[in-house]
Design a protein around this ligand. Structure first.
Ligand code: ANZ
Length: 814
């Protein structure tokens, strides 16, 4: 009696793929259509987890499916190897981040190979290798040349625990994304990428890519484009004008006070000499020490103090009092607002608190504040009675004519702060010279290699600052003494272009050859976790647009289509070390084989959804693969190897039924995989085919059984490649991945379609075509959707549904 020995089978095929370099693709054009299938590269820390297994199983299924449909598929792998966890680990344990990272990379490599993922290993790299970050630095210099990388002093988010600056995106509710410590503000000289120059293109081009709607929405909200006007309020007392950004210039006549952000540089000067001076000073100091999370909370009681000054409302000449209050943010608009308590909730709260006038200027709604539309009231004879949207346009035109305002667009998106006061990253290729200031390192001197140091502990500056030999250098312009930039780049810089490097990974003379890159880009299908919906995906899009503007590539978007996978959970909870509920792929692969583990993570449910791990489910998938293998082995033993032909005579009886099942499965799996990710139902269809083949094995011709079994192997190949290759070879002598994806014979399927009569209270209301194999539930669901049925059951109660499979559905209503 034979036994399914997945490990033997898997080792055998992995060795063949490895020695024959089966999944390598050349860049030279051979006329075959190309497809670039990519999963987000892993961050190498410890061992791969179930999320990795799922991510790469999804990508591999897509890659295999496309290859077998005649495409040349680029499916590479690399490692996002720089970053904080390895460095924090080094501080704790003394193990150099390079060592910890490379150990982890080695285990990822081992596991990817043991999973049989079809990777083109010839293009592999880690982003921490000088041969890679040399070009990361080169891209930085290109952006610098174009004015897209710049240095300025800025109030930055500072994590006191990690002792580093964080990008806005890495601050979650006022806390460090990585360690959860409350973030503080600090003033530091920092490097930025001018991503805000691209705000409109990043927004508009969302329409050109096939991404999940929720990711598009997150990107749109992050960019946060608002249309409105900038309006100038003058302050005759102090001789200064202050502009505000408002989305509601139609409410200008309702502005009854004016508020500045505590960080506004003029606040202290304005209050100076007034009775409020001390109170303003105290308030501002208090706010600067405030927890940023509290400050963002819209629910909490509004605070603020008067500045003792007024400004003039340009539309009616009224002098309105100025305040400083923390609900106005310095980073948005102009850092000052006109307050319209009648129509803005925050202003309303503040006015109520401080007893300020609340004036209605838009009609409608019962109560104030009223944020909606309506006719203008209490404004001016010129505008009263006009619909507020029309009034808005006219008021802005008037402001423009008078030189008191103009249309304006604001974005929530901020420039990308990329410098990090940390060791384990790509050095920023800049030196500072007393004579020449900021000087880019010449291209010929790249890479600026990361020196080896002993002490990684941050002291409020980069640990690199203590590597004196490295820091002290000469100015590329004058040869005089100069100092290197000691900050390293945010690791999001590394991962913003790695998919470009894969196209020409061995190139030592350039980051890539543009012809080669353009032949692959954009990535046709990108696959990864939704946690990267904003940061990584936005930055990568920005890089591609900037590089296209530099004529370094053609594509305007990096990822044409995106798929975001759901998490694998346990008892509904995310797996985490803290909860102690982590299960790792390695144990399952050792016990059941990679094919079972891979197929199970795809069979568990629709792959874009979260799904709960179940050991029984794993057993079930394992039994299925063992049955397929046994059937294949038996059939091969009885008949020997034969080409895949199917029955020569037109099939009848049981043969016809099994042939139909095989073609039904081909059709189903193809539809589930072509442009969709319904891998769970695709695998279920192959299971059905294998069951049907078992059921009819003693009553069908050898050729029919051979065809059905080989077809099952062929269809399961994208999910369980080793078992599939083994069974297919035993049956046909061929290598399944070298065969074209099977075609369904639809003429066999058509006869499977039956006409179903749909009745309401016994009266025929419709007839529908349905697969003969449809279940009662499917028939009822289909019938319920028919318009003429909807019309007759609408508003009535369904007391009974009669379903006669292949014939009739009758709704009994009253
Ligand atoms: C007057 C007004 C009346 C406003 C009204 C709204 C409703 P979005 O849509 O997010 O762009 N604002 C402007 N700058 C601000 C800042 N630095 N801090 C806090 N709030 C600020 O929001 C634009 C609106 O947010 C602006 O329009 C301004 O309030 C406020 F019935 O002006 B509005």
């Amino acid at each position: 009696e034979h036994r399914y020995e997945p490990h033997e089978i898997e080792r055998k095929w992995q060795a063949i793929w490895e020695s024959e370099r089966t999944w390598e693709v050349p860049n030279e054009d051979d006329g075959t259509p190309r497809s670039y299938v990519l999963e987000m590269l892993p961050y190498p820390s410890g061992e791969p987890h179930m999320g990795h297994l799922k991510n790469y199983s999804v990508g591999d299924a897509v890659a295999h499916f496309r290859r077998r449909n005649g495409m040349r598929v680029l499916h590479p792998m690399g490692y996002d190897a720089f970053g904080l966890p390895a460095e924090n680990n080094a501080i704790k344990t003394g193990v150099h981040p390079r060592k910890a990272t490379e150990d982890s990379i080695a285990s990822f490599q081992r596991q990817f190979r043991s999973w049989g993922i079809s990777i083109d290993w010839s293009r592999e790299f880690g982003t921490h290798e000088p041969r890679y970050y040399r070009w990361t630095q080169w891209i930085f210099l290109k952006l610098f040349e174009r004015g897209l990388a710049y240095r300025k002093e800025a109030a930055v988010n500072w994590c006191p625990k990690d002792a580093t600056v964080l990008a806005n995106e890495q601050v979650i509710d006022g806390h460090c994304e990585r360690c959860g410590t409350a973030v503080e503000l600090r003033q530091l000289e920092q490097w930025f990428f001018r991503i805000t120059d691209y705000a409109d293109r990043l927004l508009d081009d969302l329409a050109t890519i096939d991404w999940p709607q929720h990711v598009v929405t997150m990107q749109r909200n992050w960019i946060g484009r608002s249309e409105g006007a900038e309006v100038t309020f003058s302050s005759p007392e102090t001789g200064v004008d202050y502009s505000v950004f408002t989305t509601r210039p139609d409410t200008l006549f309702g502005a009854t006070f004016f508020v500045m952000a505590p960080e506004h540089p003029d606040v202290l000067r304005l209050a100076a000499g007034t009775e409020h001076e001390q109170a303003v000073r105290d308030y501002v100091n208090g706010v600067l020490n405030e927890n940023r999370e509290d400050r963002a909370d819209t629910e909490r009681t509004k605070t603020g103090v008067p500045l003792g000054r007024t400004v003039i409302n340009p539309v009616n000449g009224e002098a309105i009092p100025m305040y400083v209050a923390d609900y106005v943010l310095m980073e948005y608009g102009t850092g000052a607002i006109m307050a319209v308590p009648g129509h803005d909730e925050r202003d309303f709260d503040f006015a109520t608190q401080f007893g300020l006038e609340i004036r209605r200027v838009v009609g409608g709604g019962e109560e104030l504040p009223y944020p909606g539309d309506g006719p203008l009231v209490n404004s001016s004879p010129e505008f009263d009675g006009l619909n507020n949207r029309d009034a808005l346009e006219q008021i802005v035109d008037w402001l423009d004519r008078e030189g008191k305002g103009h249309r304006s667009i604001n974005y929530r998106l901020r420039d990308w702060l990329l410098s990090r006061q940390r060791y384990w990253g790509a050095p920023i290729p800049i030196v500072y010279c007393d004579e020449h200031g900021i000087v880019p390192v010449p291209e010929a001197d790249l890479p600026v290699e990361l020196p080896d140091i002993e002490d990684f502990a941050p002291q409020g500056r980069s640990p690199l600052a203590s590597a004196e030999d490295w820091v002290n250098t000469t100015c590329p312009i004058c040869g005089g003494p100069a100092r290197r930039e000691t900050d390293t780049m945010d690791t999001f810089v590394d991962s913003s272009w790695y998919y470009l490097r894969y196209t020409d990974a061995g190139n030592d003379d350039a980051a890539w050859d543009a012809k080669i890159l353009d032949s692959w880009m954009p990535v046709d299908q990108y696959i990864g976790g939704v946690e990267h919906a904003i940061l990584h995906l936005m930055y990568a899009r920005f890089f591609v647009k900037a590089l296209a503007d530099l004529d370094l590539m053609e594509a305007q978007e990096p990822f044409k289509a995106l798929f975001t996978q759901g998490m694998i959970t346990r008892d509904g909870a995310k797996m985490s070390k803290n909860k102690g509920n982590v299960i790792s792929p390695i144990g399952y692969v050792e016990r059941y084989g990679a094919d079972t583990a891979r197929s199970y993570v795809l069979f568990i449910g629709p792959p874009d959804q979260d799904a709960d791990w179940s050991d029984e489910g794993v057993e079930g998938v394992h039994r299925f693969l063992a049955r397929l293998w046994r059937l294949g082995t038996d059939v091969a033993e009885q008949n020997g190897r034969q080409p895949l032909l199917g029955p020569l005579e037109p099939p009848e009886g049981d043969d016809l039924e099994l042939m139909r099942k095989a073609h039904w499965a081909i059709d189903k799996v193809t539809n589930d995989m072509a442009g969709r990710f319904a891998f769970n139902t695709a695998i279920a269809a192959v299971m059905e085919l294998v069951n049907e083949a078992y059921r009819r094995r003693d009553t069908v011709n050898a050729a029919t059984l051979h065809f059905a079994t080989a077809t099952a192997a062929s269809l399961i190949f994208p999910f369980a490649p080793h078992t599939a290759a083994e069974v297919y070879e035993a049956l046909t002598g061929d290598r399944v991945w070298e065969t074209h994806w099977p075609d369904a014979d639809l003429s066999l399927l058509e006869r499977d379609v039956v006409e179903i009569v749909v009745q309401v209270n016994g009266k025929v209301r419709d007839r529908v075509q349905a697969a003969a194999a449809s279940t009662r539930e499917e028939l009822e669901a289909m019938a319920r959707l028919r318009p003429n049925v909807v019309a007759h059951i609408d508003g009535k109660q369904i007391v009974k549904v009669v379903v006669v499979p292949s014939k009739l559905v009758n709704f009994v209503v009253r």
